[in-house]
Write a protein that binds this ligand. Structure first.
Ligand code: C2E
Ligand code: CA
Ligand code: CA
Ligand code: CA
Length: 279
């Protein structure tokens, strides 16, 4: 093969070593990032079709790497999960999001909520109810302002531990949404007993819905089901006005996407809120 070095085994070992070395470097950099305050959150508004207002924003983590610049979560969250660091990173995210949401209140945006992504590994390993309670009380933030975005993976595991943890968080007043809804296997039982408030319709269905009739049918089915179960819906990845119009016409609850705004850093997001208020 043209990919062989001096001999195949050497090349393979070198490639493997390089990968392993890069991986270990990333893990050690992630530790430093946590200690050195290199993470920051961006916020992307969710637009409520009924009221025409921004009622919530999703917190999305970014890493300001001293050499490599800003790195997105798709690059480092999987590494954080496999190394277990996701627990500490996730705690930082929850705390920072609560602090920010309190600031929005102090700026006069009392109704604005914040949602935080919680990965399956983090949900299973961490004592989330303790972490969340601590952050809420740190900033005197009402629990109903915090929403946790979990994936179907968490719900599928369906263990007593998961159920118990969700119940404790719900007892605090925290809300749940199912992220990327429709892409995994959903245990529809969770939709029944008011254990989640919101379905976030995955952007893969939304992206081409103007041209793809099947995508439109799936979105429609999810929204109809959600509406009859009195669950809220948020469509992700809305980039065009026509998509927003379609979603509104089928009585989807809210939209999120570049059409309204890309994720903004905390200063940009405050400016965005003021601009919305004055328009
Ligand atoms: P997600 O939770 O599905 O977040 C939505 C992603 O879609 C975000 O990418 C967002 O920037 C992007 N997006 C929003 N609107 C549009 C649009 O109109 N068009 C397109 N093409 N993309 C759009 P981002 O910020 O790179 O995050 C990627 C994923 O990383 C997230 O997917 C989430 O699974 C994960 N993630 C982000 N922040 C955190 C975090 O704090 N903790 C954990 N565990 N995971 C996180
Ligand atoms: Ca999300
Ligand atoms: Ca999503
Ligand atoms: Ca996603």
């Amino acid at each position: 093969s043209k990919h062989l070095g001096r001999n195949g085994f050497n090349f393979y070992n070198e490639a493997l070593n390089k990968n392993l070395q890069e991986h270990m470097e990333l893990v050690s950099d992630l530790h430093k990032a946590l200690e050195g305050g290199q993470f920051f959150l961006c916020y992307q508004p969710k637009f409520d079709f009924l009221t025409g207002e921004i009622n919530s924003a999703e917190a999305l983590i970014r890493w300001n790497h001293p050499q490599k610049g800003v790195i997105g979560p798709d690059v480092f969250i999987p590494v954080a999960e496999s190394s277990g660091l996701i627990v500490q990173i996730g705690q930082w995210v929850i705390d920072a999001a609560c602090e920010q949401c309190k600031k929005w209140q102090e700026f006069g945006f009392y109704t604005l909520g914040v949602s935080v992504n919680v990965s399956a590994v983090q949900f299973q390993r961490d004592n989330l109810e303790i972490v969340v309670e601590k952050s809420l009380s740190n900033y005197l933030l009402p629990a109903n302002k915090l929403e946790l975005e979990i994936t179907e993976t968490v719900l599928v595991s369906d263990t007593d531990i998961v159920k118990e943890k969700m119940a404790k968080l719900r007892a605090l007043g925290v809300k749940f949404s199912i992220d990327d809804f429709g892409t995994g296997y959903s245990n529809l039982n969770y939709l029944k007993n008011l254990e989640v408030e919101t379905l976030k319709i995955d952007q893969s269905f939304v992206k081409n819905c103007l041209t793809d009739e099947q995508d439109r049918a799936i979105i429609n089915a999810i929204v109809q089901m959600a509406n009859s179960l009195q669950l809220k819906t948020v469509a992700e990845g809305v980039e065009e006005e026509e998509v927003a119009d379609f979603l509104k016409s089928i009585r989807c609850g809210a939209g999120q996407g570049f059409y309204w705004s890309k994720p903004l850093n905390s200063d940009e997001f405050i400016a965005f809120l003021y601009a919305q208020n004055n328009s």
